[in-house]
Design a protein around this ligand. Structure first.
Ligand SMILES: [Zn+2]
Length: 156
């Protein structure tokens, strides 16, 4: 079943959210910002989730659950950085954009958090279908957990 409406999206958001009780993000639909991303956790650490409505129509329920869990993983990991100075946060934000090793660390940590919160199946599925896209595989695939790593983590 594809996720096609805003209310389906809101319903999934509220179902995944309780697995991440430390944070309280809002779902924010934003048409203009960062169009090439399906959804990103707000880099300013405000705790919002941005979701591109032009793209979400193409995702299944399981995939959307995986996307939310991954993004909540980012927010959990970012919350641990809240004591950093704003200068340091800004430095890391720039690092995320420019330094692939750092970005890889951040992306893999978000995957790991999501898997350990019980969304292993969803993350596995999401990465599996993303890997079918050659462009994603080359540019972004290297920044995420491998399928084998996900399976191993799920056994923990
Ligand atoms: Zn991410």
């Amino acid at each position: 079943m594809l996720v096609e409406t805003r209310s389906q999206l809101e319903n999934l958001f509220s179902k995944v959210k309780p697995y991440f009780p430390e944070i309280n993000p809002r779902l924010r639909i934003n048409k203009k910002k960062r169009k090439n991303y399906v959804m990103v956790a707000d880099v300013s650490y405000s705790g919002d989730i941005l979701y591109n409505p032009d793209i979400y129509g193409g995702y299944s329920v399981e995939e959307v659950r995986g996307i939310f869990a991954h993004e909540f993983g980012h927010l959990i990991n970012q919350a641990a950085m809240k004591y950093l100075s704003s200068k340091e946060k800004e430095r890391r934000r720039i690092d995320y954009e420019l330094n692939q090793d750092y970005r890889r660390e951040i992306e893999r940590a978000a995957d790991r958090t999501a898997v350990l919160r019980g969304f292993g199946k969803e993350i596995y599925h999401l990465i599996f279908i993303s890997l079918l896209d050659e462009n994603w595989r080359k540019k972004r695939g290297v920044e995420h957990l491998s399928l084998v790593e996900i399976i191993r983590l799920m056994k923990k």
